[in-house]
Design a protein around this ligand. Structure first.
Ligand code: ASP
Length: 338
């Protein structure tokens, strides 16, 4: 093994160059910047190789097919490196960090996703710290999990969500404590980290791109016809972003009828809260109970990103709608409280 860490460079602000149209990724530019910064040549830095994806993207262009490409690279090189760093734009970083845990079964190595709010090429940036610390964690801490490192915080990937469009503390983990804090020291909270897989079975990658899923945020005045329009074939699963602990317009009989018909047609409806923190309690109010009566299943304390990723995964695996409804309520990868 010549290098410790494989960097999979996918795009995002971290490696972007200013242009007339704003920041954009340019092939080879990140590597050039890294070569010009002394920190990346210091002996204490883990040795790394970089695979640059083609094309490099703004993460607003992210697609599940691309998650598959990342998972395949991790499968190919899983045994050759101590860990992996995925460089990714921040806009959809939490979606990728939520999907990869479902895709990487029997993962034994750290997979650290990071990015930055200001590119490495700028004098003042958060890119260098995020990248250097991610390399250190990937090389020296045997965490068998997909994590997101950003702004001094290490989070479980499938628990993280983007919180701040401009601040350096751009992500948070509303319903699971941090896996690590980085200041003068790198403190890892081992008791919060998933156990190493007991089996010696090799890493198995699972596809998530063979399903059609969606998300709909409820708002006061949403009409049943808006809901009906989204609940059309080929849709297989929908995350309903509801109010508070899982409430919706239960005073609208047509809205409820549309939900019931969708359930009968085999569409899996999952209740996630518009509030980032806390969990669904559909039984707490009549306005939530009515949704449950229409077959909507509780998303518990899942983030919307994790609920979408889990739906993608379960539906792509070919589970039947009743099986998917059941499994949505079970913790599979640390994405929800057990
Ligand atoms: N638009 C950029 C992206 O997600 C934003 C970033 O990286 O911070 O690729």
């Amino acid at each position: 093994m010549s290098a410790d860490v494989l960097i999979i460079y996918n795009g995002g602000t971290i490696g972007m160059q200013p242009s007339d149209q704003g920041y954009a990724p340019v092939p080879g530019y990140l590597q050039q910047q890294m070569q010009s910064i002394p920190a990346f040549a210091k002996p204490g830095l883990p040795r790394y190789d970089i695979i640059e994806q083609h094309p490099l993207i703004d993460s607003a262009h992210m697609h599940p097919d691309r998650w598959w490409g990342i998972a395949k690279l991790i499968e190919q090189y899983h045994d050759q490196y101590r860990g992996f760093v995925i460089l990714h734009g921040t806009d959809t970083l939490a979606y990728t960090a939520s999907a990869l845990p479902f895709m990487l079964e029997n993962l034994r190595k750290p997979v650290i996703l990071t990015g930055s709010q200001i590119p490495l090429c700028e004098i003042r940036n958060d890119a260098q710290e995020n990248l250097v610390t991610s390399l250190m964690i990937a090389a020296h801490y045997p965490i068998p999990e997909v994590c997101l490192y950003f702004g001094g915080k290490l989070m479980r990937g499938c628990r993280a969500t983007k919180l701040d469009a401009t601040g350096f503390q751009a992500f948070f983990s509303p319903n699971y404590p941090l896996l690590g804090d980085v200041g003068i020291d790198i403190d890892i909270y081992w008791e919060r980290i998933q156990a190493m897989p007991k089996t010696h079975a090799p890493l198995k990658i699972r596809a998530v791109h063979e399903a059609t899923v969606g998300a709909l945020r409820l708002f006061p005045g949403i009409s049943a016809s808006v809901l009906e329009n989204i609940l059309r074939p080929p849709l297989q699963g929908l995350v309903l972003e509801t109010f508070g602990v899982g409430n919706g317009p239960s005073n609208d009989p047509i809205f409820l009828r549309v939900l019931k018909e969708a359930t009968a047609a085999g569409i899996v409806l999952v209740n996630c809260s518009q509030c980032s923190k806390g969990r669904i309690r559909q039984e707490a109010y009549a306005a939530g109970h009515a949704l449950a009566d229409c077959g909507v299943v509780s998303g518990e304390d899942l983030t919307t990103e994790a609920a979408l990723a889990k739906l993608y995964y379960l539906l792509s695996e070919g589970y039947s709608p009743p099986e998917v409804r059941l499994l949505m309520g079970q913790n599979l990868r640390g994405e929800m409280r057990p």
